[in-house]
Design a protein around this ligand. Structure first.
Ligand SMILES: *Cc1c(COP(=O)(O)O)cnc(C)c1O
Length: 236
C-alpha cells in the first residue's frame, strides 16, 4: 500500500465551503456602500465559520434559541456582528438585546417600548430597523405607512434605541416592476421619516433585498441586503 495522504488531491471533490462562499461573494460584485448580512438561519455553526473564513462578518438569524446555540460555538470569533431578522415577541426582547447588535424587525410600538426599556437597563443601544408592510400580506408583520406615521412621535422618544433603519420584505409573487416600486416606496417612506418636520428619525439604513430580489432593492436605495440562499444554497 502506498501512503498518499497529504500528497494527492481529489479534484472530483467540491471546493471547501469557505472557498465556495468566497467565489459566490465575488460573483455578486456588490457596490461598496452595500452591507451584506449573511442569513445563516437553519445552517450549523460550521457554515458560519466557513463564511467567516471567506471574509463575512455580519450574520442574520431569525430564531433566538437557535442563534444563541450557534453563538456559543463561535465564541472564538469575536468580531461578528449579529443581526436579528425574525419576528420578535416582546417576551424575548431581553434575550434579543443580550445576543444581537442589530434588530431589523421592530414591528410594533409595544415591542419598541419594551426594547427601549430593557436596552436602558442593560446599557445597550442596538441599531434598530422599523419593519414596514407596504402591501397587505397575511404572512408578514410590520407597520403600514399610515400606522408608522402615526407612531412617529412616540418612537422619537425612545432614546435608548438607535431607530435608524427601515426593513421591508415584498409579498411573495410580485412582478419585477411591482417589486421595484415596492422598494422605491419603502425608501421614500424612510426618507420622509428622516425629513419629518416635528419628530424626525435619523433613518439611514435601508435593509431590503433577499436572494430573489436584491438587485432591485439596491437599485431602489437599499444599503443592507440579507442573503441566505445565494450564499449557502437552499434551506431544507
Ligand atoms: C430567510 C430570510 C432572508 C434570506 O432569504 P434568502 O431568500 O435565502 O436570501 C432574508 N431576510 C429575512 C427576514 C429572512 O427571514
Amino acid at each position: 500500500m502506498i501512503d498518499v495522504s497529504g500528497t494527492s488531491q481529489d479534484f472530483s471533490q467540491p471546493l471547501p465551503r469557505s472557498q465556495q462562499i468566497a467565489q459566490r461573494l465575488e460573483q455578486l460584485q456588490l457596490p461598496d456602500h452595500v452591507r451584506l448580512v449573511a442569513v445563516s438561519k437553519t445552517f450549523p455553526s460550521d457554515v458560519i465559520r466557513a463564511a467567516y473564513a471567506a471574509g463575512l462578518r455580519d450574520f442574520g438569524e431569525n430564531k433566538i434559541q437557535e442563534a444563541i446555540a450557534k453563538q456559543a460555538e463561535l465564541k472564538d470569533l469575536p468580531d461578528i456582528t449579529w443581526h436579528f431578522i425574525g419576528h420578535l415577541q416582546s417576551n424575548k426582547a431581553r434575550k434579543a438585546l443580550q445576543h444581537f447588535d442589530w434588530i431589523h424587525s421592530v414591528d410594533s410600538l409595544k415591542l419598541a417600548r419594551r426594547l427601549d426599556q430593557i436596552a436602558a437597563e442593560l446599557g445597550r443601544s442596538p441599531i434598530c430597523c422599523l419593519q414596514v408592510k407596504l402591501l397587505s400580506d397575511p404572512n408578514k408583520h410590520g407597520w403600514t405607512e399610515s400606522d408608522l406615521k402615526q407612531v412617529l412621535p412616540d418612537l422619537a422618544q425612545l432614546s435608548h434605541l438607535k431607530l435608524e433603519g427601515i426593513m421591508a420584505i415584498p409579498p411573495y409573487g410580485l412582478l419585477m416592476t411591482e417589486t421595484q416600486s415596492f422598494f422605491e416606496r419603502a425608501y421614500a417612506l424612510g426618507q420622509s421619516m428622516a425629513n419629518h418636520q416635528e419628530t424626525p428619525l435619523p433613518i439611514r439604513h435601508f435593509s431590503m433585498g433577499m436572494s430573489q430580489d436584491f438587485p432591485l432593492a439596491i437599485a431602489a436605495g437599499a444599503n443592507i441586503i440579507r442573503l441566505g440562499t445565494t450564499l449557502f444554497g437552499s434551506r431544507n
